[in-house]
Design a binder for this molecule. Structure first.
Ligand code: FES
Ligand code: FES
Length: 188
């Protein structure tokens, strides 16, 4: 199995970008009732929680502003950079491409949920050891995507790793150290 890039893992029904006209219509309808909220219940990093959110709130904003998980970053907000990548029901997705209400009843894993008992996840450790980061801005998204790459393909080639990371941008590293990190984690 080859690596798979994360240009957009969501299907057309879920992705805000794919279904922009339909969702824009819905947003217009709710625009006049900005106080309107909807209760959503998600399991985030193993913990269930319920919050009242506006239907127009993006999942990335919900995670950062309501839940307080600032590991997933916001950069482009147009599904290009991958900084906001989290896992939804075990699949890496860009959390700026869907509304929080679309995640109702589902499981979200963020970078904060990877380390356990004070021990880094092997992918985090590999990024650390292989110098897979500089400023670190892209790193949470890179790691969440990288985990999916090796879940789908436990022994990826460098080419497959690069292909799998196509949807995640890094301005600092030149990517080689990131590829090394993913290869190292895959070898464990
Ligand atoms: Fe989501 Fe850039 S902020 S892809
Ligand atoms: Fe700076 Fe990737 S380490 S953007």
């Amino acid at each position: 199995m080859s690596g798979r890039s994360l240009e957009c893992e969501l299907d057309a029904q879920e992705c805000v970008r794919h279904s922009a006209p339909r969702l824009a219509t819905r947003a217009t309808i709710t625009a006049g009732t900005s106080a309107m909220t909807r209760n959503i219940t998600l399991t985030i990093n193993g913990r269930k929680r319920t919050d009242a959110v506006e239907p127009r709130m993006l999942l990335i904003h919900y995670l950062r502003e309501e839940v307080g998980l600032t590991g997933p970053h916001i950069a482009c907000e147009t599904s290009l950079c991958g900084a906001c990548t989290v896992h939804l029901d075990g699949k890496a997705i860009k959390s700026c491409t869907m509304f929080a209400v679309q995640a109702d009843g589902r499981e979200v894993l963020t970078i904060e949920g990877l380390a356990a008992d004070g021990k880094l996840d092997p992918m985090q450790e590999a990024f650390w050891n292989e110098h897979g980061l500089q400023c670190g801005f892209c790193t949470p998204g890179m790691i969440m995507t990288a985990k999916q790459i090796i879940e789908r393909n436990p022994k990826p080639t460098d080419e497959e790793i690069r292909h799998g990371l196509e949807g995640n941008l890094c301005r600092c590293t030149g990517y080689q150290h990131i590829v090394n990190a993913v290869r190292t984690a895959a070898g464990k």
